[in-house]
Write a protein that binds this ligand. Structure first.
Ligand code: UDP
Length: 473
C-alpha cells in the first residue's frame, strides 16, 4: 500500500525546530514518508532526529534550500533567528524568509508530497498547497490555551483600563483569566509593528489552512482544546507532548544542539542529590538576561535552601559571578551550565523538583511531562499567557511577580527577595508539595496520552486518516 508523503517546513528557531523535528520522528514512526525542508545553516540541528529514524520504513529525508539572507541586507552569517542580534535584524530576517517560497515551491512541484505542515512564519505555504491541491497544516508551536487567550485579546483590540497595571479579565474564556496591559506587547511601538504584520499574516494563513497540529495533549487543557475547535472553529489535532517521542537517555540528549556539559557528569551530579531537591533555572534559547539580573538570581539561589542547575547563555556577560561559581562548586550546591543544557534529561531526573522558566511553550510542556512545579517568569511572545496556564489554571506553579512584556526579549528588574520567595514556595513542602502532586498527575496523563490508545496517539491516527482521505479524493 502506498504511504503518504508529508513535508515539514520548520521556522529556523530552536523553539520551533525542536518540536517540528519531534513531529517528524512521530510521523516516520507511523510509516509516513517524511521530508523536512530547511536552510543549510540550520540543517545540523536535525541530524539527531534523522538518525533516530534510520531503521524505519521511511527514514526522515532532509531537503536543503538556499537562503540568501544577504539580499535582504542582513550581515554575513546572520541567517537564522538565533544569529539575529537585534530587532532590526529579526525584522529583515522575516522579510527575507519569503525568498524561500520559490525553492520550496519547486521542491513540491518535483516531489509531489501529499501534505505540507508549515510553521506559522511561512504563511505563503498556503498558496503553494493550493496550487498543488494538497492540504496545508499550520504549526504554531504553542498550546490551545495561549492560542485561545491570544485570539480573545486580539478581538478585544485594547482593554478598557485606566493604567498599564490595572487588571482586566480576558472575555469569553472558560476560566477567569486576568491580565494587565503591561503583560502585552505595546502594539503601537515601532518594534512591534513588524511583528504584528507577521502575526496577522500567520493568523490569516491559519484560517485558510486545512487544519492545525497542536503540540499539547487533551487532558492538559480540555476546556481550551474544546474552545479552540468549537468556538474558534479550527480543525485541530493534538499530538503531544512531542518531546515524549523518545524515552531513552540518548533521545533526551542533543535536542537541537550538542550539550555544553558532559551528560555523564551532569547525571552524576544530579544523582548525588535527594529526590525533588534541585531547582532547574533556564530562560530558553532566545531570552537575554541582563548582568544585574544574573547577579540577583545568583544571590537568590545562594540564599535558598536548595541545590540548583542554572543555564546561562554563552554570550552572556558573567563577570558579576566571579567567586560565586567556585563557592557553589565547593559546597556542591549548584551546577552552572554555560551554553546549551540537556534540558529534557535534567527535568526528567528524579532529583529535580522545580523549574524556574521563561514559560516558552516547549519548556512548559517539558516541565509538565516531567512533573515539576514551576516558577513562571515570562518575558515576551505568548509566554505571559503560558504563565497564566501554569499558575492560575493548572496551579502547578507560582508567578515571579510583576514583570513587563519585553520588546528586546530581555529578562531584567526582579530583585533577589522575590526570586528567593518564589523558589522557596515551589520547593517547599506545603504549597510546593501540592503543586508537585498536581504536576505529577499531569506527568502521568502526558505519558498515557502518547501511548497506544491515548488521546494524542489517537488524534495522530485521525490526522493520518484525514490526510490519506484527502489524497484519495
Ligand atoms: N533547550 C535546551 N537546552 C537549552 C535551552 C533550550 O534543550 O539550554 C530547548 C528546550 O528544551 C526547548 C527549546 O529549547 O525544547 C526552547 O523552547 P521554548 O519554547 O521553551 O523557548 P524559546 O527558546 O522558544 O523561547
Amino acid at each position: 500500500m502506498s504511504t503518504c508523503h508529508v513535508v515539514l517546513v520548520p521556522f529556523m528557531a530552536y523553539g520551533h525546530m525542536i518540536p517540528m523535528a519531534d513531529l517528524a520522528v512521530l510521523f516516520a514512526s507511523r510509516g509516513l514518508q517524511t521530508t523536512i525542508i530547511t536552510t543549510s545553516s540550520s540543517a545540523h540541528r536535525l541530524t539527531k532526529s534523522i538518525q533516530k529514524t534510520a531503521n524505519y520504513s521511511y527514514p526522515i529525508s532532509l531537503h536543503i534550500v538556499k537562503f540568501n539572507a544577504g539580499e535582504a541586507g542582513l550581515p554575513p552569517g546572520i541567517d537564522n533567528p538565533d544569529h539575529a542580534m537585534s530587532n532590526e535584524h529579526l525584522s529583515r530576517l522575516f522579510e527575507a524568509i519569503s525568498t524561500l517560497q520559490e525553492p520550496i515551491e519547486q521542491f513540491v512541484e518535483q516531489s509531489q508530497p501529499d501534505c505540507i505542515v508549515a510553521d506559522m512564519f511561512f504563511p505563503w505555504t498556503v498558496d503553494i498547497a493550493a496550487r498543488f491541491n494538497i492540504p496545508r497544516i499550520a504549526f504554531n508551536g504553542t498550546g490551545f490555551f495561549p492560542q485561545c487567550v491570544a485570539h480573545e485579546v486580539m478581538r478585544l483590540n485594547g482593554p478598557t483600563v485606566s493604567s498599564d497595571s490595572e487588571p482586566f479579565v480576558v472575555p469569553n474564556l472558560p476560566h477567569e483569566i486576568k491580565l494587565t496591559r503591561k503583560q502585552l506587547p505595546k502594539i503601537e511601538s515601532e518594534e512591534f509593528k513588524v511583528f504584528l504584520k507577521v502575526i496577522m499574516q500567520a493568523v490569516e494563513a491559519e484560517a485558510k489552512s486545512y487544519g492545525v497540529i497542536v503540540n499539547s495533549f487533551y487532558e492538559l487543557e480540555p476546556e481550551y482544546a474544546h474552545h479552540y475547535r468549537e468556538v474558534m472553529k479550527r480543525k485541530a489535532w493534538h499530538v503531544g507532548p512531542v518531546s515524549l517521542c523518545g524515552k531513552s537517555i540518548d533521545d533526551k540528549l542533543e535536542r537541537g544542539k550538542k550539550s555544553s556539559i558532559n551528560e555523564d557528569a551532569c547525571l552524576k551530579w544530579l544523582g548525588s542529590k535527594p529526590h525533588g531537591s534541585v531547582i532547574y533555572v533556564s530562560f530558553g534559547s532566545i531570552v537575554k538576561v541582563t548582568s544585574s539580573q544574573i547577579y540577583e538570581i545568583a544571590m537568590a539561589l545562594e540564599a535558598c535552601d536548595v541545590s540548583f542547575v542554572w543555564v546561562i547563555k554563552k554570550d552572556q556577560e558573567t563577570s558579576v559571578l566571579d567567586g560565586f561559581e567556585a563557592r557553589m562548586q565547593a559546597k556542591g550546591k549548584g551546577l552552572i551550565i554555560k551554553g546549551w543544557a540537556p534540558q529534557v534529561l535534567i527535568l526528567d531526573h528524579e532529583s529535580v523538583g522545580g523549574f524556574v522558566t521563561h514559560c516558552g511553550w516547549n519548556s512548559v510542556l517539558e516541565g509538565v511531562s516531567s512533573g515539576v512545579a514551576m516558577v513562571a517568569w515570562p518575558v515576551m511572545a505568548e509566554q505571559f499567557y503560558n504563565a497564566k496556564l501554569v499558575t492560575d489554571v493548572l496551579q502547578i506553579g507560582v508567578s515571579i511577580g510583576d514583570v513587563e512584556w519585553s520588546a528586546e526579549s530581555t529578562c531584567e528588574g526582579v530583585k533577589r527577595d522575590a526570586i528567593e520567595r518564589a523558589v522557596a514556595k515551589v520547593m517547599g513542602v506545603e504549597e510546593g508539595g501540592e503543586m508537585r502532586k498536581r504536576a505529577k498527575e499531569l506527568k502521568e496523563k502526558a505519558s498515557t496520552a502518547v501511548i497506544h490508545g491515548g488521546s494524542s496517539h489517537s488524534d495522530l491516527t485521525t490526522f493520518i486518516q484525514n490526510i490519506k482521505g484527502f489524497k484519495s479524493k
